[in-house]
Design a protein around this ligand. Structure first.
Ligand code: CP3
Length: 338
């Protein structure tokens, strides 16, 4: 049994005595302790494959920020790599894929059998779960099929993901075959995370916002549905950034929780999601402000969501140049709110 199971109870829609809070991208970046570990290795990928160090940086925000959950330190790009598409993480620039997916043959060469290639993640989860000693739940995660697809086609970050969208319009059949393959791999990956000790899962659709609703319904939603139907063991959080056109459809899936970015008002999201538990949605930039503003904006948001069926978070990952004391203050404000 967990000492602090607020997040799991809130995710199941049960009564909670206070609102649970964690931060997307809490492991890393803002913590000086993370930067020390990070500079002890030769690049991000060395860290992502080292279970002892992963365990350490995953637990850091629990100790330092006092969050109500740990999220396993990893990256969404471990899936393309496990399927056979290698990536590099270029210092202060981001991911880069030397080879991208261009045709049918490229898709055929990818494997869905990713579990053997991701043993380092499962070992990290097992080690972190036992080291956490049941203090807080451990969140597992994966990228959404559309977001993974967009990196596999585009080969790097992009403002428009125009190459990935081009594939949707020019070869929908090939697009679906790749999305289907990614989805199968992702389901196997998430199920194995649960077997290894993940208590709850989040699916990140970071680039949902470049799609129209019609495209999301055709190329992204069916795969999110497939994932939420397949994962029955633990609650699943769906987070599609910049896509509030799809909240009503998400509410019809088997997901337990819907994550929100800051561009939607809590009241509006409540109306559109028919009783689902909601998570979010403070603008990460609020954490650049002074304490008074952080408190005022956070409490305004908490009042708008209400205290039940709600998990507090930012509307996207915490930005790397945020002072961790501000993030810590945000956590305190939420935990003291009644
Ligand atoms: O949330 C956590 O604390 C767990 C760790 C985590 C990382 N990446 C570590 C990381 C998680 C959940 C992710 C998810 C991820 N990765 C997403 C989805 C969430 C989102 O922000 O929308 C995406 C789109 C990626 C892809 C990715 N990984 C990019 C674009 C970059 C470079 C820019 C950046 O965000 O720093 C990464 C690298 C990465 N992943 C870092 C960390 C801590 C920074 C690299 C470093 O330390 O050198």
């Amino acid at each position: 049994m967990l000492t602090n199971d607020l997040l799991l109870r809130a995710a199941r829609g049960e009564e909670v005595e206070r609102i649970p809070v964690w931060l997307m991208r809490q492991a890393g970046r803002i913590l000086p302790e993370y930067k020390t570990v990070r500079s002890s290795v030769n690049g991000f990928k060395e860290l992502v494959k080292n279970p002892e160090l992963i365990c350490e940086v995953t637990i850091q925000p629990v100790d330092i920020l006092g969050v109500d959950a740990a999220i396993i330190f990893s990256d969404i790009l471990v899936i393309p790599e496990a399927m056979g598409l290698n990536y590099e993480m270029i210092e202060s620039k981001g991911p880069f894929f030397p080879k991208t997916i261009e045709n049918k043959n490229d898709v055929l060469q990818l494997t869905e059998d990713v579990v053997p290639n991701l043993q380092y993640v499962f070992e990290s989860i097992r080690l972190t779960k036992s080291t956490l000693n049941n203090r807080v739940p451990l969140i597992g995660f994966a990228g959404a099929p559309w977001t993974i697809f967009s990196y596999m086609i585009e080969g790097k970050g992009s403002k428009t993901f125009s190459q990935a969208k081009k594939m949707l319009y020019t070869d929908p059949v090939l697009s679906h075959s790749l999305l289907d393959k990614i989805t199968s791999a992702t389901i196997a990956y998430l199920k194995e995370q649960v077997k290894s000790g993940a208590d709850i899962l989040q699916v990140f659709d970071s680039w949902a916002g470049v799609l129209s609703k019609a495209q999301y319904v055709e190329f992204a939603l069916p795969y999110m549905q497939k994932i939420t139907t397949a994962i029955t063991e633990v609650p699943v959080i769906l987070f599609a950034k910049d896509a509030h056109y799809i909240l009503g459809e998400f509410a019809q899936t088997n997901c337990a929780v819907i994550g929100l970015d800051w561009t939607i008002e809590p009241e509006k999201a409540r109306k559109e999601t028919a009783g689902k538990v909601l998570q979010g949605n403070l603008d990460p930039c609020v954490l650049y402000a002074g304490k008074e503003t952080i408190k005022k904006e956070t409490e305004k948001m908490l009042r708008s969501f209400g205290e039940q069926k709600y998990i507090c978070n930012l509307g996207h990952g915490v930005y790397p140049d945020v002072d961790f004391e501000k993030a810590k203050y945000f956590i305190e404000v939420v935990q003291q709110y009644r």
